[in-house]
Design a protein around this ligand. Structure first.
Ligand code: AMP
Ligand code: MG
Length: 391
């Protein structure tokens, strides 16, 4: 019997997962659909940004050397409608924000700093002018390969004239809940039955990171049904199963995966909750056997599945994205296993919730953080610095 101290820890298990990830092929993605994707190749500006010297203010385009002074207004440069004629000494052009600063002008006097038609205050060369290329130069790398494209990144690329980017295709992910006791919410429960929540949980975890799961029908703890379901699931890039990875007579998932030719890379990790998690591969398919207890499933996904999905899509830093925080009260440590404690974050203080058993998904509904409590003796005191994941 392997003792818990021989099991891989979280970092070791994650390294094993990531070592088996083959990044998915790249495809073209329109920039308007690229948010949430990982950029596969660095993306460079197609143009100088701004593409021309442009005004930062509504006012008058002038020659700084003519200010202060009384100037003759000779034209109008609006956004998208440049003034064609060049500015000569003593002249000014009415200009709006974002409009081309006409040839010959080298500053803009804001309208608030003018009187009549038109006496302008003094301005320096370059004042209120956004120089061409001041944000990015054509050819500059705007977003590096391996970056997650969030709102600022897609906006930057669109502004720099990038219409399409190269991103790894989205992983195709199957989710299979196993357990003869499971019923869909909304149907009546017979004695011994419970409502199935893990496929809802996992599909939500996937969906919020932009991956639409194929949720296959729940399978009973029956060898034939399990085999048929897993066979289908193995046709995906990632198969996530729930339940059936412990040591009971009805825990069929690991043995069936092995019959189907999957290599088990590890089974069980020194983590609480979620110890019985299994991870394997068959061909290019990654298989995560998450334990059935809902909180174990939640934790196993955040620790191992989410980073694997990021790595499949070519993320430079696949996570998990731990944040620093402080404990709002002392927490006893587990001697043998690192623990992910459900907590409520208020500012940067983390209040561990009561009800930490791995079946207590209703208690976990109050949580917005998983706090990592490293294994060891005694307790972490109030105010101890800790790392946590947002959930
Ligand atoms: P297992 O890992 O199959 O031994 O299941 C452990 C516990 O989690 C048992 O109490 C199961 O009834 C429960 N469980 C398993 N799968 C689910 C599921 N999909 N939704 C909710 N609870 C589950
Ligand atoms: Mg079960």
């Amino acid at each position: 019997m392997i003792s818990v101290s021989d099991l891989p820890g979280i970092d070791e298990a994650l390294a094993l997962v990531l070592s088996r990830v083959q990044p998915l092929a790249l495809e073209d993605v329109p920039i308007g659909a690229a948010a949430g994707r990982v950029l596969g190749e660095e993306a460079r500006a197609a143009i100088d940004l701004p593409p021309f010297d442009s005004s930062a203010m509504d006012g008058y385009a002038v020659r700084a050397a003519d200010t202060p002074g009384s100037l003759a207004v000779v034209g109008h440069s609006a956004a998208g409608r440049p003034e064609a004629r060049a500015l000569r000494p003593g002249e000014a052009v009415v200009i709006s924000t974002g409009a081309v600063v006409p040839t010959g002008a080298d500053a803009v006097v804001p309208v608030e700093r003018t009187t009549g038609e038109v006496d302008v205050e003094q301005v320096a060369v370059g004042e209120n002018v956004r120089p061409r290329g001041g944000d990015a130069r054509a050819g500059d790398v705007v977003v590096a390969a391996g970056s997650l494209l969030g709102p600022p990144q897609v906006a930057a690329l669109a502004a720099a004239g990038v219409a399409r980017v190269r991103c790894a295709r989205r992983p195709r992910v199957a989710v299979i809940a196993t357990g003869s006791e499971l019923r869909a919410p909304g149907s009546p429960l017979a004695p011994g039955e419970i409502y199935e929540s893990n496929s809802i949980l996992i599909a939500a975890q996937l969906g919020l990171s932009g991956i639409e799961a194929s949720v296959l029908p729940v399978v009973a703890d029956d060898a034939t049904a399990t085999r048929a379901a897993l066979e289908r699931g193995l046709e995906h890039d990632v198969l996530i199963t729930s339940g059936g990875v412990s040591v009971g007579p009805h825990d069929l998932v690991r043995a069936t995966l092995s019959e189907l030719g999957a290599e088990e890379v590890f089974w069980r990790v020194a983590v609480k909750p979620g110890k019985p998690i299994a991870f394997g591969v068959r061909g290019d398919t990654l298989v995560f056997g998450l334990p059935g207890n809902p909180v174990s499933s939640l934790v196993g996904f955040e620790l191992f599945v989410r980073p694997a999905l990021s790595a499949l899509q070519g993320a430079r830093d696949p996570g998990p994205d731990y944040l620093p925080g402080r404990l709002a009260r002392a927490v006893r440590r587990n001697m043998q296993r690192d623990e992910l404690v459900r907590a409520r974050r208020v500012d940067d203080r983390l209040e561990p919730l009561s009800g930490q058993d791995s079946h207590m998904i209703a208690r976990a509904a109050a949580a917005n953080a998983l706090v990592l409590i490293p294994r060891g003796e005694g307790e972490l005191p109030v105010d101890a610095g800790v790392s946590y994941l947002r959930i």
